[in-house]
Design a protein around this ligand. Structure first.
Ligand code: NAI
Ligand code: MG
Length: 360
C-alpha cells in the first residue's frame, strides 16, 4: 500500500471550505482504488495566523513541509493583511524555495461547463498553459528610492536566467511532443527589449531540438484577443510568470469561471514537494457562507492524482466533474445553482462511488 503524505494549507476565506471537499474526494478515490491512501497533515498558516504571530508561516515552515509528497493549498489573502505580504511570504516562498518552476494550468472547456463565448464548441477550448513559476517579473528584485520624495523612483526588475528560461521552455516542448500538440510561446519582444527578446531567442534555440513540434509565437496582447476570438489557436502554451498569471485568469473565464480553474506547481525533478491549488483566491465576498464552488479544488486534486502516477483516477475525477455539470443537480450559485459547497463535494463522492459499483 502506497501512502501519499500531503501537507494541507487550507489558508483563508473559502480556502478551507473548498479544500475540505477535495480531501473527501481524494479519500474516496483511495478507498475505491484500494492500493494507495492519503495521510493529511494540516497547517494553520495564512492571514489569521499572521495577525496572531506576525508571520504567514512558522519560521521553520519550509523545513516542516519538505518531507511531504505534496502540498494541497486552498487560498491565501484576507482583509487586514496586505496582499503583497500574504502572497509573497507564503505562496511565492513555497513555489520558489521548493523550485516549483512549472505552473501547469489546464484551460479546457469541460462538458456542461458555462462558457461566455458565443458559438464555441468544446474542442475549440482545450489547452494547457505552462507558466514560468520561479523568476521573471515576480522575482521580487528591485528598489524603492527616495521614498515619499518628489524624486521618488521605483524599480521592479524582471529576472530571466538562461537556466530558468531554458528549463520551462524545454518542459513545454517535451509536453507538446508527448501529446502531439502544437506549442505557442506568448511573449512581448517588441516592447520588452531585453527579457522578451531573450525569451524568444531561447524558444527558437530549444525548438531546433524539437523539429517535430509545430510552433507559434504570439505577443501577449494579441494572445488575449485570440483567447476570446479564436481559442482553438492554442494547444500547449508557454509563457512568463506575469503573462501566465494574467492569461490563465482569462483562460479560466472562457472555460467555466474561477470556480473551475485548477493549477499545479511542479518540481518536475521531484526533489521537493509539488503544490496543487485552485487558481482562485480566498474570495472574501462569499467566504463563510458555504457557497464557494469546490470544483476547482477538486480538479487540482485530480492533477495531484496524475502527478502521483494515478492518471486513471485523475481522469475519473475529471469525468465526474463533467457529470456534475451536465446533471446540474448540485451546482453552486456561481454556476447558476443553489447547492452548497458540501453538496457539490458529496455529489462528486457519490458519483465516484456509483462508478465503482457500475464496474464491479
Ligand atoms: P478571488 O479569486 O478570490 O475572487 C474573484 C471573484 O471570483 C470573486 O467575485 C469571487 O467570489 C469569485 N470566486 C473565486 N473563487 C470562487 C469559487 N471557488 N466559487 C465561487 N466564486 C469564486 O480573487 P480576488 O477577489 O482578487 O482576491 C481575493 C483575495 O485572494 C486577495 O487577498 C488575493 O490576494 C487573494 N488571492 C490568492 C490567491 C491564491 O492564494 N492562490 C490567488 C488570487 C488571489
Ligand atoms: Mg493569479
Amino acid at each position: 500500500m502506497i501512502i501519499h503524505k500531503i501537507a494541507v494549507i487550507a489558508g483563508d476565506g473559502i480556502g478551507p471550505e473548498v479544500i475540505a471537499e477535495g480531501v473527501k474526494v481524494l479519500n474516496e478515490v483511495a478507498e475505491i482504488a484500494g492500493d494507495f491512501s492519503f495521510e493529511f497533515t494540516y497547517f494553520p498558516w495564512g492571514c489569521e495566523y499572521y495577525l496572531e504571530h506576525g508571520t504567514m508561516m512558522s519560521d521553520d515552515g519550509l523545513e516542516q513541509l519538505k518531507n511531504f509528497d505534496a502540498v494541497y493549498l486552498g487560498a491565501v489573502g484576507y482583509l487586514g493583511v496586505p496582499d503583497h505580504i500574504s502572497l509573497r511570504e507564503l505562496l511565492l516562498k513555497i513555489r520558489k524555495q521548493f523550485d516549483q518552476y512549472v505552473n501547469v494550468r489546464p484551460v479546457r472547456l469541460l462538458q456542461g461547463a458555462p462558457c461566455p463565448l458565443k458559438d464555441v464548441t468544446r474542442d475549440q477550448i482545450d489547452m494547457v498553459i505552462i507558466r514560468e513559476n520561479s523568476e521573471g517579473e515576480y522575482s521580487g528584485a528591485g528598489d524603492w528610492l527616495f521614498k515619499g520624495k518628489p524624486e521618488e523612483v521605483v524599480l521592479q526588475t524582471g529576472v530571466f536566467s538562461r537556466k530558468g528560461t531554458e528549463r520551462i521552455i524545454r518542459y513545454a516542448y517535451e509536453l507538446a511532443r508527448e501529446k502531439g500538440r502544437s506549442l505557442t510561446s506568448i511573449s512581448k519582444g517588441n516592447a520588452l527589449n531585453y527579457s522578451m527578446v531573450f525569451w524568444d531567442q531561447v524558444f527558437e534555440e530549444i525548438g531546433s531540438e524539437y523539429p517535430d513540434v509545430k510552433t507559434r509565437s504570439c505577443l501577449v496582447d494579441a494572445a488575449s484577443m485570440y483567447f476570446v476570438k479564436q481559442p482553438e489557436r492554442f494547444q500547449i502554451v508557454v509563457t512568463s510568470n506575469l503573462f501566465g498569471d494574467i492569461i490563465t485568469d482569462l483562460g479560466a473565464a472562457i472555460a467555466g469561471g474561477m470556480g473551475l480553474a485548477a493549477g499545479a506547481n511542479l518540481n518536475p525533478e521531484r526533489i521537493h514537494p509539488s503544490m496543487f491549488e485552485p487558481i482562485h483566491g480566498s474570495a472574501p465576498d462569499i467566504a463563510h457562507q458555504g457557497i464557494a464552488n469546490p470544483l476547482a479544488a477538486i480538479w487540482s486534486a485530480s492533477q495531484m492524482l496524475d502527478f502521483f502516477g494515478h492518471g486513471k483516477w485523475g481522469a475519473k475525477v475529471l469525468d465526474v466533474i463533467e457529470q456534475v455539470m451536465v446533471d446540474k443537480k448540485a451546482l453552486t450559485p456561481d454556476m447558476g445553482g443553489t447547492a452548497s459547497t458540501a453538496d457539490v463535494g458529496a455529489e462528486v463522492v457519490a458519483l465516484l462511488a456509483a462508478l465503482q459499483t457500475k464496474h464491479v
